[in-house]
Structure formats: C-alpha cells, structure tokens
Design a protein around this ligand. Structure first.
Ligand code: GLC
Length: 474
C-alpha cells in the first residue's frame, strides 16, 4: 500500500498547529502497519535545509492558469519517512506560512505541483491523503487529470482529512479559471453560497472523507459546528469517518523526555512534583507542592475558549490555584492575560510565546491542564498532558469528549474533569471539582494520575482504522 500525504505542515519541518504534529507522526504509525507513506510540503523559507539535509532532486514547470511556473523538487528523510518539498521562492520564500493575500494561488500551485512531481520521483501512490483546504485542490486536480485520460493516476484514490472545518479556503469565483486553471465543469463542485469553497469541492470529489475524532464527525453534520457545510456533509455522509488522532508516544514520554527536570512514570508519580517545584521557582510563583497548578497550552483564539477563562479568572485564582497560560494569538487575548498577571502576580502567569521547551514544562509540571475549547476537532494538548499525568479539565466536545472520560469517584475510573455547556460558570465548576479532589483526596488524585498516564494515546488503534479505509479503496 503506497500512501501520499499532501499537507501544508509537518513536524519537525514546519509546525503552526496540531496538523503539523499529525502529519509528522501518522505516516510513521502507518509504516508500522506495513504501508509506505510519503509526505509532500511547501518548501517554506523557515525550513532548515541544512539541519534536515534536504537534497535537490530536479525541477519541473507547473502550469497554473496562464502561468508557467518553476517548481523545484527537494527531498529528505526523517525516521524512515520520505518527505518531498515543493520549491518556489516567489510563493514560499516568505516569513508567513499562511495568511498571505495570495494564499489561493500559493496553495493551488502547491496542490497541483504535489501531484505533478510524482512521475518525476517515480512514486505512484494507491491513495492520496489531502489535508485541510490547503491541499483540497489536489483532489480536484486529480479528478481533472483522470478525466483527461491520465494513465499514471488511473487507479489513484483519495481521502480528504478535515482537521478543522472552520477553515475552508473560500475565494472569488473568478479565480477558478484565471488562477486555478480549472474548467467550468468544476464550477458546480467548488461553488458554494456565492464563493469558491475548496473544502466543499474536495468533500464532494474525494473517495472518502475523514475528520479527527468520532464525535466531531457527528458534530459537523449539524449547523452548530459545520461553519455552513452540514448540508453538503449530510449528502456525503456515507463516506465520512471519524478517527481520533494519536500522538508520538516516543517523543512525549515522561519517563525519558530530556526536556523535563525529573523523569517519572506510573510507578514513580511522586517524582512529578520536582518538575512543578522547579517551574514554580522559575516563574517566581510560590514554591509549594500543595498548591494546585493549572496550565494551558493553546493558541489564543476564540475557538479555544479563552473568553470563558477571562470571564472567571479571579474565581479560578480564588480557589487557591496558580494559573499558567502559554500561547500566542489575538492581541486582545494576549493583553487580557497580561492584565490578569499584572493584577494577580502571586498566582497568574501569562507566557505570551510559542516555545516547545516551555510547553513541555507546562505539561510536565502542572497538576491540571485546562482546555475549555468552544469546538475541538480532536485536540492534542489533552493527549500530551495525560502522558505527563497532568489531568485535563475540558469542555466535552469533539475529540475532548472522545479522549477525556470524566473521573468517577465511586468507580475510580476516568481521566479528567468535564463540563457540558460552553459557559464560564460550568467551566469554573469543573475547575473547582478538580481543585477540591486535589486538596482533599490525595489517594484519589494519585489514582486519577495513574489512569491518565496509562491511557493509550498512541497512533496504534487509529492507524489501523486509517488502514481499513485505505484497504477499502483499492
Ligand atoms: C486542528 C484542530 C485540532 C486537531 C488538529 C490535528 O488544529 O483544531 O483539534 O487536533 O487540527 O488534527
């Protein structure tokens, strides 16, 4: 089984969000299931060519509308997985990954080039996995190549993976011919509510569609979660699957992680506190293992539930807990978090930055990880935190619902604390329950830590589900 992942991000080369983690780890898990998986990325300026030993392969030209455009092909290998890179300095030699005025053109070029390089590197995939809107057009171009009689792609099938339906790639209808170089027959597939919608077109043309948790696969069939695409998804739901993400359990491993102060595992949970004491000291907070420490590692966007935290920040701190928020994003949220730190320097820290090193400190040191996302396709922070026996406190939606079972003090089962409605005081209630158990029931808390750290967050089960989809296609 030959697989080809087309995506705008993959760790360790380029990572803006969870997509990068997934594309950096799922191919390895599929390799263990016996598949060959290769990945293609844009060669962004920020990708370190020396560090990852990128090799130049050759160049081709890609036609896009009236443009005849240079496309360099580079390759590299990480952990036995081959990565290809599409080089074009005009499109990708910039500081930003996304959010450029010409993203439609940049990612149309990428999506088309990703397919056109394949005969030149002599790789003929059985299934192409296009991720999010940035790669959605590759499914449309594949359809176009097939309709023109391409022998090379005659048997190639497609899976579209939706990591977040909020981002659909919506552009002016005039771009269809002028930028994308697509014939009018694709107008019907791509047009939606007056704009060209790349994700919508790919949903219709893909052989299979999946999203990153079972619950989210159900949620996006409803208007509350679909950002307008529920009617399309309901038509196509026969080919829609939900498969929860895993994480790289070698990388996120409290037993051997070199970035943390003191390693620990399920048998040595009491060592975890050394991480907390060191982090409290580093942050200038009161150094005391009996003070509950609540962490957040998050993009500061409306999706992540920052509004709820801001609304009841004082009440959270009044439980006696310390609150440490790590992330960057909307400046209004950044400023509001800084203001909380300024008001409560004894208890709150706003770490407005993006840092793997600091995030591993938050994961390993805190007692709880707060994740009140309004919507969450899967969420990776709660999976990482559990690997460090840090207890998730989450809004029960999407992947959070599928991975964080609420702790039941009677049966001693479950791994975290949950709240059902997107409401600041319901969230506060969950935080208070967590803090209360932490203060008053040390034995139960330890049980909870042990339940969390032993929960299987690897790709194993999910990789098998992906393989079932791939096998059903060929
Ligand atoms: C997006 C989603 C997140 C998911 C990640 C990887 O970032 O918002 O929930 O875990 O993609 O699939």
């Amino acid at each position: 089984m030959k697989l080809y992942f087309i995506a705008a991000e993959a760790a360790p080369f380029i990572k803006v969000g969870g997509l990068g983690d997934v594309i950096g780890s799922l191919p390895k898990a599929l390799k263990e299931e016996g598949a060959e998986a290769r990945v293609v990325l844009p060669l962004y300026k920020s990708i370190d060519r020396e560090k990852y030993s990128l090799r130049y392969v050759k160049y081709i030209f890609v036609n896009l509308g009236w443009r005849h455009t240079y496309c360099g092909i580079f390759e590299a290998e990480v952990d036995g997985i081959k990565f290809y890179f599409i080089d074009n300095e005009y499109y990708f030699g910039r500081d930003a990954t996304y959010g450029e005025y010409d993203d439609a053109e940049r990612f149309a070029f990428f999506s088309k080039a990703a397919l056109e390089i394949l005969p030149h590197v002599d790789y003929r995939p059985d299934v192409i996995n296009a991720n999010d809107w940035h790669a959605a057009l590759s499914i449309v171009y594949l359809d176009y190549f097939k309709s023109c009689g391409s022998q090379y792609f005659a048997n190639t099938k497609t899976l579209l993976s939706i990591h977040n339906i909020e981002f659909q790639g919506q552009f002016d209808p005039l771009t269809l011919g002028s930028l994308f170089g697509l014939e009018n027959k694709y107008y019907d597939a791509l047009i939606y509510k007056g704009t060209l919608n790349l994700l919508k077109g790919a949903i219709q043309l893909a052989d299979r569609v999946n999203t990153v948790s079972e619950t989210y696969a159900h949620e996006i069939l409803t208007p509350t979660y679909s950002y307008g695409l529920d009617s399309i998804l309901n038509i196509e739901k026969g080919k829609l699957y939900g498969i929860v993400n895993g994480i790289d359990v070698e990388k996120f491993n409290s037993k051997i992680d070199p970035l943390i102060v003191k390693n620990f595992d399920v048998k040595t949970l009491n060592f975890k506190k050394d991480n907390k004491l060191a982090f409290q000291k580093e942050l200038g907070l009161e150094v005391n293992e009996n003070i509950p420490m609540i962490g957040m590692v998050t993009r500061l966007t409306h999706q992540k539930g920052i509004d709820l935290v801001l609304h009841v920040a004082d009440e959270i701190l009044n439980t006696g807990a310390q609150l440490v928020v790590l992330g960057t994003g909307a400046s209004a949220y950044e400023d509001a978090l800084r203001a909380i730190e300024a008001r409560r320097p004894d208890r709150a820290r706003a770490l407005i930055m993006f840092s793997n090193e600091v995030s591993s400190k938050v994961y390993s040191s805190c007692d709880m990880l707060l994740m009140p996302s309004k919507t969450e396709p899967c969420g990776l922070s709660q999976l990482i935190s559990m690997r460090y026996a840090t207890i998730p406190v989450v809004h029960s939606v999407g992947g959070l619902k599928d991975t964080v079972e609420a702790y039941n003090p009677k049966t001693k089962k479950g791994r975290g604390f949950t709240f059902q409605s997107y409401n600041a005081h319901d969230m506060l209630g969950a935080v208070e329950r967590a803090v209360d158990l932490f203060y008053k029931h040390k034995g139960d808390w330890k049980q909870l830590m042990s339940n969390a750290i032993t929960y299987d967050v690897s790709w194993k089960k999910s990789a098998k589900k992906y393989m079932e989809i791939f096998n059903s296609l060929i």
